[in-house]
Design a protein around this ligand. Structure first.
Ligand SMILES: [Zn+2]
Ligand SMILES: [Zn+2]
Length: 153
């Protein structure tokens, strides 16, 4: 499957029994139908996706995004929460695409389920699974390198 946003091949990641397709290039995540609900449950959230009536469409999206399963154009839908998070849904119900950072915002927009464990596991899940591999090595500071290279002054 290819990333709807940048066309790179998606990587299958499994954590806590939930399988998602993740893009190493842009950090976006594809959830097949039902997977996002499983993750919300694992994170101790009451799964609710409430959308606004209209969505302005993604700012700066240069080309239509397509479902990695059926290649139908994904429908941008804005969640009814502040700040609004925009997700891309397959019109045939194959799943949901979330850009990097939108998963955290989406989960934070859901109520913590009664008696659920502390939602710290959300951060853990996000951090370990989706954030860590994307972090790039900080590029060497050219100023620092020059200083070491020049030696004494
Ligand atoms: Zn991508
Ligand atoms: Zn589809």
């Amino acid at each position: 499957m290819k990333c709807p946003a940048c066309q790179e091949p998606l990587i299958v990641i499994e954590r806590e029994g939930i399988e998602v397709d993740w893009c190493a290039a842009c950090g976006g995540i594809w959830f097949d139908a039902g997977e996002l609900e499983l993750l919300a449950e694992a994170a101790g959230r009451d799964f609710v996706l409430a959308f606004r009536q209209t969505s302005p469409g993604r700012a700066g999206a240069s080309r239509p995004r397509r479902c990695p399963r059926c290649a139908k154009r994904l429908e941008p839908r804005a969640l009814a929460q502040e700040p609004p998070t925009e997700l891309d849904l397959c019109p045939r119900g194959h799943g949901i695409w979330l850009d990097r950072g939108e998963l955290g915002a989406t989960l934070r927009g859901m109520q913590t389920a009664a008696g659920a464990p502390d939602a710290g596991c959300v951060a853990e899940f996000l951090g370990e699974t989706f954030d860590a591999p994307v972090k790039r090595q900080p590029s060497p500071d050219p100023k620092a390198r020059r200083e070491t290279g020049n030696g004494k002054r």
